[in-house]
Design a binder for this molecule. Structure first.
Ligand SMILES: [Fe+2]
Length: 573
């Protein structure tokens, strides 16, 4: 149930509209940072409208009924019998809505302004997201409402462990089968225990149970979990590489069809070509080979111009890691001046080098979707080519930027690890944290500089695929600051001109170390790890999983020790 409801949550709260020219976006080029900010806004609006819809539905159904809500938590325990009719179901929701509205009003009265923070994690009263999800799931597939589902609840006990017996009895009254009970000390001040209860029960009963438990004076709060430590209210994130099939939400603000300033706006043929290539990405599913694009002479010519410029700049300005893999790509005849490489051949090269692979993207993805792919060592790459009239500037990423800017460093083990760690940190992160991660990504992976002895070199893809900004970034017309994630994450991004400030890393290793320390301060209450054997992200929240990881580490330590001993033996032989 929990996973199904989490997916439902994703469907309901995912971005359903795209940024376009109608939104009046004035920037000269795209930025993951702006995307993240926009995403925060849209998610908030979407949640609001879903709640409104649920309220409306509840109100409509009960227009002719008088409903009495008994919400006084000081009242005697009054666990109701299982409700079975739709009307009663709706009644429960209406009560929740009324309580939520009363609370919002009180909050508004207390400080004179509305409370923006209406989805606070500790806010268990009212119509919560999980209830909306459950109610909607029931409404959309009435046949499944009585199917037995698995669910996990965290109950925050107000009165100590003694009240647990009554609560478990209530679960049984709702025809729930308890499969697991586990207590742990509460992190919340004034409370002693939290209890994790895993149950099997119908979705409809579960919804009623949650609502009923929230009225109990014995409980300080109830949370429905999507995993042992992941609240269903936390943002959905992909658990397996195949889940990235759902991570393809586009930002279309720079589409040539929509933006009059786009170099391809007046070129019908170009716009049609972009549509054909986008369709390939829309049809792509995990595990498919990436379809080849027979690039036209014009497209190959655009590539040639940029490729030859980059060739001139690389020896002097690119970091040594970029130069090393760029050369390898040339040696393997993947990077050639006269033709655009196909994504599949580059993906195969990356796979051999660092385990990264590519999947085609139809355009500019939302920041959350884009970052989440990196957790799986998957880079979502466009396949279309910028307009021939503007070979050295493209407002949105195209395959020339992806190939020349990103691919060489994704083949470098240390940089690949850094990219993946940004992706892993993004899984389940709050919208505000996604904005910070996008800003860090922007000032490192896209526009990062690094020290190389006494010199400063470029490693950012946005610099290495755009010579104008590269020369600017390495000139004395801008400021260089030491990379510090806590500061970089808050840096304002200039979207009209070149940046006035760039961040310089001591090395990739140093950047990773600092980044890891910063990630440890994020709000996510769980840790994740990518299992390359299964292509799955694991939430490290059970003894079994930790034991499995420990066993793998022990095996690797044994191999390392054996290698050290053999080398020592050889040295003294
Ligand atoms: Fe990029």
């Amino acid at each position: 149930m929990a996973v199904a409801a989490a997916q439902k949550n994703r469907e309901m709260f995912a971005i359903k509209k795209s940024y376009s020219i109608e939104n009046g976006y004035p920037a000269r080029r795209r930025s993951l940072v702006d995307d993240a900010r926009f995403e925060t806004l849209v998610v908030k609006q979407t949640k609001q409208s879903v709640l409104e819809e649920a309220r409306q539905r509840a109100n409509d159904t009960n227009a002719d009924q008088t409903i009495t809500c008994t919400k006084d938590k000081g009242q005697e325990e009054n666990y109701i019998d299982i409700l079975s009719s739709d009307d009663e179901q709706v009644e429960s929701l209406v009560c929740a809505v009324q309580e939520e509205e009363a609370k919002a009003e009180a909050s508004s009265d207390s400080d004179g302004k509305p409370d923006d923070d209406d989805d606070d994690d500790d806010d268990d009263a009212g119509l919560t997201e999980e209830e909306v999800v459950l109610a909607k799931t029931i409404a959309e597939s009435p046949d499944s409402e009585h199917n037995v589902q698995k669910a996990a609840l965290v109950l925050r006990l107000r009165e100590g462990i003694g009240s647990l017996g009554r609560i478990l009895k209530t679960i049984e009254n709702f025809k729930g089968t308890i499969t697991h009970v586990e207590s742990r000390p509460s992190k919340k001040e004034g409370l002693q225990f939290e209890v994790l209860v895993k149950i099997d029960m119908s979705r409809q009963s579960l919804l009623q149970l949650i609502r009923n438990l929230r009225q109990s004076s014995a409980l300080d709060g109830v949370n429905l979990l999507a995993d042992n430590s992941v609240s269903i209210k936390d943002p959905w994130f992909p658990r397996h590489a195949s889940d990235l099939d759902n991570c393809n939400h586009l930002m279309t603000k720079y589409e040539p069809d929509l933006d009059m300033n786009h170099p391809g706006f007046a070129d019908k043929e170009y716009r049609a070509r972009r549509k054909v290539i986008a369709e390939i990405a829309f049809a792509y599913k995990y595990g498919d080979p990436i379809p080849s694009i027979p690039y036209t002479e014009t497209e190959n010519e655009t590539w040639s111009r940029v490729f030859n410029t980059v060739l001139d700049l690389v020896p002097k300005h690119a970091c040594v890691e970029y130069q090393r893999t760029f050369k390898k790509l040339q040696e393997e005849r993947i990077f050639e001046s006269h033709r655009i490489p196909q994504l599949q051949e580059v993906s195969d090269f990356l796979k051999k080098s660092t385990g990264f692979t590519l999947r085609p993207a139809a355009g500019l993805l939302t920041a959350r979707d884009f970052l989440s792919s990196l957790a799986f060592r998957i880079f979502q790459s466009t396949q279309y080519v910028r307009h021939i009239n503007s070979p050295y500037h493209t407002p949105e990423p195209d395959c020339i930027h992806e190939l020349l800017g990103h691919m060489p460093l994704l083949a470098d083990p240390s940089f690949a690890q850094f990219s993946q760690e940004i992706g892993l940190a993004s899984l389940g992160a709050s919208d505000e944290e996604i904005e910070k991660l996008s800003t860090i990504y922007w000032f490192t992976v896209e526009f990062g500089l690094c020290k190389e002895g006494p010199e400063v070199k470029a490693y950012g893809a946005g610099l290495l695929s755009a010579y104008g900004e590269l020369l600017h970034a390495l000139s004395d017309k801008c400021e260089h600051r030491a990379f510090d994630p806590s500061i970089t994450a808050l840096q304002k991004y200039q979207d009209q001109e070149y940046q006035p400030i760039y961040y310089v890393a001591e090395s990739f290793e140093d950047a990773k170390e600092k980044f890891r320390r910063w990630v440890a301060t994020m709000s996510r209450p769980f840790e994740v790890r990518f299992n390359p054997h299964t292509q799955r992200v694991e939430v490290l929240d059970s003894v079994d999983r930790l034991e499995g990881m420990l066993s793998q580490l022990n095996t690797e330590m044994t191999h390392l020790m054996n290698a050290v001993n053999k080398m020592k033996a050889r040295q003294f032989a």
